[in-house]
Write a protein that binds this ligand. Sequence first.
Ligand code: ADP
Ligand code: TYD
Length: 210
Amino acid sequence: MFVTFEGIDGSGKSTCINKIKEYINNKYDANNFVFTREPGGFDLKECEQIRNILLDKNNIIDSMTEMLLYLASRKMHVERLIKPALENKKIVFCDRFYDSSIAYQGNGRSLGMQKVENMNLEALNNFKPDFTFYFKINLETSINRMKSNNRNFDRLENEDKIFFQKVIEGYDYLSKKEKRFIVIDANQSIDQVFDDVINELEKNVFSMLK
Ligand code: ADP
Ligand code: TYD
């Protein structure tokens, strides 16, 4: 089972994923699970190197090249980590996957959502997540969260509100189009968001362990 987490920067994905890890460690056998993230990938040197190129705010990268770099990293991530783990019957959780490219590069950077989706599906041989949690949040709320945490804005996080609004539109479009999307109200408190996600995971994912 392959589960991904999506949403704009500051929507609370990482916070919630850390709580899921704790929950799993207390309740289930952690050996059944793999946690990874994009860009990059847990323990994959080449993918992490591409991540560093992408997130370095001093690099000048045009939108198509940016998309191709995300995809190059993703291809290695899928073939070397995600698919082998799924073949070993693990449940794989990934912080961001190709829906990020569709929303950020496809709509945010105006490359075209369908084009980005097609390029990803082509390169990944139609490999898709089983479930995708979309942390849906108001732009102002996410900006305030990042500001109040003095978060070091990386290259993408410095972009203007119009860009993020387009990213949100991209995710909203996907959430209507894709049955695998589970929309979570990410404006809620950390505990409420976590409860909503765990309820869905118990119903759709952890049930396969029992
Ligand atoms: P993401 O991984 O989606 O970029 P984070 O989990 O890093 O988001 O959250 C961004 C910031 O907002 C963090 O500093 C975190 O402590 C805070 N935060 C996360 N979720 C919530 C929430 N539900 N309510 C208030 N603050 C939150
Ligand atoms: P990261 O620091 O991991 O942010 P977050 O904690 O919000 O997940 O940085 C990832 C950044 O990369 C984020 O701004 C979204 C962007 N991104 C894309 O633009 N396209 C992609 O395909 C992926 C995977 C990420």
